[in-house]
Design a protein around this ligand. Structure first.
Ligand SMILES: [Zn+2]
Ligand SMILES: [Zn+2]
Ligand SMILES: [Zn+2]
Length: 209
């Protein structure tokens, strides 16, 4: 593992005291206040689990979207709201397929620890090959590189060739309102109840109950 990977290169400030963390190791503590540096800048949960070596994620910003990317394994981390925005901005696939496997919690593999707060994550499986992990504490979502296309395809398939309902689009811009809508199981469009239920189920994974 390249030692440089453990060092923060993005301009990032400590969430507690705003001290600049550039050049510091991602698994250390803030020299000013002692807060874990991963609270301000997450490390890769997958590489850390596999090799034990900390790898600093890189922040990716693209128009209104943002996420974290591992330079070693290519996995992606999403803070609350970011994954839904990424999915919403993908073009609708033309080969919409009505297959709708159920989302369920899996317990057969050891969980990764959150790259931000080190809490063991909960794994959710949407099909045999696609597992996403969500931290129950800070709600960061981890998606391995190979799993993102399948996840996006899956959710877009649920929405089908229809446009994203305007209400959903509006909520995707506002994670706090989305959390309220998910909790209240708000009806998002005039389409079938099944579609609304399944989309709400996915969004509940992303935004938390
Ligand atoms: Zn600090
Ligand atoms: Zn990695
Ligand atoms: Zn966390």
């Amino acid at each position: 593992m390249n030692h440089l990977h453990a060092t923060i290169t993005d301009p990032v400030a400590c969430v507690t005291c705003t001290y600049s963390l550039v050049g510091l190791d991602v698994d250390g503590k803030c020299p000013e206040c002692g807060t874990a540096i991963s609270a301000s800048h997450p490390l890769c949960p997958r590489c850390h689990k596999v090799s034990g070596a900390p790898v600093a994620l890189l922040r990716i910003e693209e128009s209104s979207r943002a996420c974290w990317c591992c330079p070693a394994c290519g996995g992606l981390g999403f803070d609350p709201g970011q994954l839904a925005r990424t999915i919403a901005s993908r073009p609708v696939p033309v080969d919409a397929d009505p297959t709708r496997p159920a989302v369920h919690v899996i317990e057969h593999q050891a969980p990764i620890s959150c790259g931000r707060c080190r809490t063991p994550s909960t794994s959710f499986s949407i099909d045999a090959a696609t597992v996403i992990d969500r931290c129950e504490r800070c709600k960061m979502v981890w998606v391995d590189r190979s799993e993102l296309p399948a996840l996006v395809q899956y959710i877009r398939r649920i929405i089908g060739e229809r446009k994203i309902p305007p209400r959903l689009e509006e909520l995707l811009e506002n994670p706090a309102a989305m959390r309220g809508a998910v909790q209240g199981r708000e009806k998002l469009d005039e389409g079938s109840l099944l579609v609304t239920e399944v989309v709400l189920g996915i969004l509940a994974l992303v935004f938390g109950p």
